[in-house]
Design a protein around this ligand. Structure first.
Ligand code: KIV
Ligand code: ZN
Length: 420
């Protein structure tokens, strides 16, 4: 190979945590059947790993992880566990039917969390971390360890913990920016330093899990790749605790659109991005922000005359990716008050909206009412009508018994403070 040839892009692992970290956010809880439906879609989307839940959190979470593990065969299915025996054994039980199980165990490593939350010394934390990985390895060969609040941890101590878990048999080491505090330049240095200092660092895959409190989750995730990370944790629509996690669709399309700057590939089928985003919105009843990058309803809409003129002459004037590359349907047929049910049904199929016969009747009524007011009903209007209709429909809510709202009780049971 000559010096001029570009490097072969490295294939990175996309670890989707929509069903776990995403589901923890208020308003996003999902029941078993809903999780299984979304898991099938994540499989079609091509995620490498899907974190299905936190089995110790509740009966419902345990059952959901078990159902997803039995349903989905290609991707790795991960279950979360604190560094506590009971959690690890419960995660292993939930994953019993999985084709490719992974136990994901974690403990906080920052002094702030150790002193004020876990009330634990650094030495105890290190012992718990290594013991948890050893226990998880007795159940499965694929074990991920996360050092919660890693980016605010003492570097020497963090290196010691990572060395201990590598020695104990972890196969992936995830260093989360749990509170979304880091900046991209810090993230690059952070991963380079840890990887440079940990003995046998090449035995594990390093992973980043960035939260979006300062709106930097995607930038930090991409920076982590420069620091040597080869697994990124993310969620559809960027949902997750507080301001959310790094958005899967934004990471994937940044890599796709800018290979000159970011020479990495993923296994994601990008034409499935938009429908995955829509399915999540439909299941949770939480609409996608209209200006959301990649999947928002304005992401490919052009209103200003100058922009429309440019787009009509050459789409590349104002579009850096093609709508069809991310599965955003192109309008080929416009609905109006003279359109029949058949036209509506065809449009729905093209948009991958799947109404039942009764829902189609209701949607039709709403579509005609709207057409009376605004002549033409565009695809985004149809999406709005559909999601408003689905939101209005009564939906069985998942019980509010998530571990994150019952941490204290579980922490007592486990014998030490809570973790997430
Ligand atoms: O944000 C975080 O630190 C987490 C860990 C449990 C991976 O979600
Ligand atoms: Zn998280």
């Amino acid at each position: 190979m000559s010096d001029q040839e570009p490097p072969v892009p490295a294939r990175i692992t996309i670890f989707d945590t929509t069903l776990r970290d995403g589901e923890q956010a208020p308003g996003f809880s999902m029941r078993e059947a809903e999780k299984v439906r979304l898991a099938r879609k994540l499989d079609a989307l091509g995620v490498d790993v899907m974190e299905a839940g936190f089995p110790i959190a509740s009966e419902d979470d345990f059952n959901s992880v078990r159902a997803v593990a039995r349903e989905v065969r290609r991707p790795v299915v991960a279950a979360l566990a604190r560094s506590v025996d009971a959690d690890i054994d419960r995660a292993a039980a939930a994953l019993e039917g999985a084709a490719r199980p992974r136990i994901h165990t974690f403990i906080a490593t920052s002094d702030l969390h150790l002193e004020h939350k876990l009330r634990m010394s650094r030495a105890e934390c290190l012992d718990h971390a290594a013991a948890a990985v050893r226990r998880a390895r007795r159940h499965v060969s694929d074990v991920e360890f996360s050092a919660e609040d890693a980016t605010r941890s003492d570097l020497d101590f963090l290196v010691a913990v990572v060395e201990a878990v590598v020695e104990a048999g972890a196969t992936t080491v995830n260093l989360p920016d749990t509170v979304g505090y880091a900046t991209p330049d810090e993230i690059v240095r952070f991963f380079q330093t840890v990887r440079g200092r940990v003995k046998f660092a090449d035995r594990v895959v390093f992973s980043a899990h960035c939260h979006n409190d300062l709106g930097l989750a995607v930038a930090n995730s991409l920076a982590a790749l420069e620091g040597g990370v080869r697994q990124l944790e993310c969620t559809v629509n960027g949902i997750g605790e507080r301001a959310g996690n790094a958005s899967l669709e934004e990471i994937v399309m940044a890599l796709r659109v800018r290979p000159d700057k970011l020479p990495f590939t993923t296994g994601i089928a990008t034409p499935e991005l938009f429908s995955s985003s829509q399915l999540l919105a439909e299941i949770t009843g939480e609409a996608v922000q209209s200006n959301k990058a990649i999947v928002g309803r304005n992401a490919f809409a052009h209103e200003a005359g100058i922009h429309q003129d440019g787009i009509l002459k050459d789409r590349r004037t104002y579009e850096i990716m093609r709508p069809e590359d991310v599965g955003v349907p192109q309008t080929t047929l416009v609905l109006g008050k003279h359109s029949g049910r058949h036209a509506l049904k065809n449009r729905c199929a093209a948009l991958r909206i799947e109404p039942t016969r009764l829902e189609l009747d209701e949607l039709y009524k709403r579509m005609i009412a709207l057409a009376d007011q605004k002549k033409l009903v565009r695809d985004d209007d149809l999406f709005d009508l559909w999601s408003t209709m689905k939101r209005a429909a009564p939906r069985a809510k998942a019980p509010a018994s998530r571990i994150f709202r019952e941490e204290a009780a579980l922490a007592d049971e486990a014998g030490y403070g809570h973790g997430v």
